[in-house]
Design a protein around this ligand. Structure first.
Ligand code: ATP
Ligand code: MG
Length: 425
């Protein structure tokens, strides 16, 4: 993509409405624009990152055997009356009346709808276990939408639902999803610590929240120093995790039997980017999802639900990965891998060298604008692509380019061939 043609409305000044760094940077880097309180448009640069996160989430879900569906955002109030949550949910639910006076709502979550789909379409216990998921917009009429996409009203969530024949099997599904989360957050380039959690309005009695550590996090978090080692692993089992103490301020109890002594406990702030719940039969029972079981007797499937805040993650990852100049994207989700800076647009030799490199780099944003070098450097640092290649008249004469890592700031002068080899490796 050529920057001269890209829809990238960057801002030089800090927007006054943004209180935290990720919100400021997302606005300044031309990723999003607000259209109403807590409701955003994703511009091309932001959407690329959002889609990359979605892709990683989807790959890990699929790898674990979960199957993707797409449920509607608008649901019927009657469905929610079956579980009793229509009245219980309160003001966060956006309620709508259609032209025939039917009560509808914009889904804040989908336990009811997925339970209905199972009830209407699954005939025997032999079809279990199954985990279905979607990546779909949700709406929660938050009292105080803030921090940009981190606490929006409309936001993108990956929500998955598992159905099992019994508790043992449901526990396994929970553990599988737990590991999907573990891997997914790793691939996204962040550390997200699993914490014991209350299951709140969703229900059930086993739940973990995954928190990315960042100063601006909304929750206080307390965890055993042993997590440092655990988080380095590729896989975890629930038993190991449940022995290790980690809790948010809502649940933290220094006198809890599992709580480590004060010198082995870390205190930080965290951003909740995902939560997993074992639901038991809360929804299956309420909504009369019953299947013939192995011995002819009926069974009520055990459920779990598993959410990831896909749009919140964009902000949360920036909170965890930025400096005073801008964003530092991990390669796995960067909107482009390379930013190519032409230091003298209009100079035939420099243009030719840039065009040549641009044609050979599959994921490159080429700053071909007729702008001062300072402006180009500042913009490139702001948008935070992992690699920058700088080409100017002197370099062209000597046959070299400058390669800079955005994360470390490390610069290297290389021949065009070596730079290409590095970037394509
Ligand atoms: P919170 O405690 O932050 O309000 P929650 O516990 O109500 O979130 P869940 O029902 O667990 O949210 O939803 C799954 C995930 O969706 C959360 O872990 C979070 O990452 C994301 N999420 C929830 N609410 C919002 C929101 N208002 N804006 C953006 N993402 C959200
Ligand atoms: Mg939650």
């Amino acid at each position: 993509m050529r920057l001269s043609q890209y829809f990238l409305p960057t801002l030089k000044e800090n927007p006054t409405e943004a209180q935290i760094v990720s919100h400021r940077l997302m606005l300044r880097a031309g990723m999003i624009r607000q259209s109403a309180a807590g409701i955003y448009t994703w511009l091309p640069m932001g959407l690329r990152v959002l889609r990359n996160i979605e892709r990683i989430v989807r790959e890990e879900m699929d790898r674990a055997g979960a199957q993707e569906v797409l449920m509607p955002t608008i649901q019927s109030a009657d469905l929610w009356r079956e579980s009793g949550r229509y009245d219980a949910y309160g003001k966060e639910m956006l309620r709508i009346v259609d032209r025939h006076d039917r009560e509808m709502l914009y889904g804040p979550t989908n336990e009811e709808l997925i339970t209905q789909i199972f009830r209407d379409n699954v005939r025997t216990y032999r079809e279990l276990p199954r985990t279905l998921y979607q990546i779909q917009l949700k709406f929660r009429d938050e009292v105080r939408p803030r921090f940009g996409v981190m606490r929006g009203r409309e936001f993108l969530m990956k929500d998955a639902y598992s159905f099992d024949v019994d508790y043992e099997s449901a526990k396994k599904s929970y553990e599988t999803m737990f590991n999907v989360y573990f891997k997914t957050f790793k691939r996204l380039g962040v550390t997200a610590i699993p914490m014991r959690a209350d299951s709140g309005a969703i229900g059930g009695d086993l739940s973990h929240e995954f928190h990315i550590l960042a100063e601006t996090g909304e929750s206080g978090v307390f965890y055993d120093v042993a997590y440092d080692d655990l988080m380095a692993r590729d896989q975890v089992d629930l038993e190991t995790v449940s022995k290790l103490y980690a809790a948010t301020d809502e649940k933290h109890d220094p006198n809890h039997p599992d709580a480590p002594p004060p010198d082995r406990i870390r205190t930080a702030r965290g951003i909740e980017v995902g939560q997993v719940f074992y639901l038991g039969t809360k929804y299956s029972k309420a909504m009369n999802l019953v299947l013939p079981g192995p011995d002819g007797a009926e069974i009520v499937p055990e459920m779990g639900c598993y959410g990831i805040g896909v749009s919140r993650l964009v902000g949360a990852i920036i909170e965890a990965r930025h400096d005073d100049k801008g964003i530092q994207w991990p390669e796995s989700i960067a909107p482009f891998q390379v930013g190519l800076i032409n230091l003298k647009a209009g100079d035939a030799a420099v243009d030719a060298a840039c065009e040549d490199l641009y044609a050979k780099l599959p994921s490159c944003l080429y700053d071909d604008r007729d702008e001062r070098a300072g402006v180009k450097f500042a913009d490139m640092d702001l948008i935070g692509l992992p690699w920058q290649v700088v080409i100017g008249p002197k370099g062209v004469a000597a046959g070299i380019v400058e390669l800079k890592s955005r994360a470390t700031g490390e610069k290297q002068e290389l021949s065009v061939e070596s730079a290409l080899a590095r970037l394509n490796s």
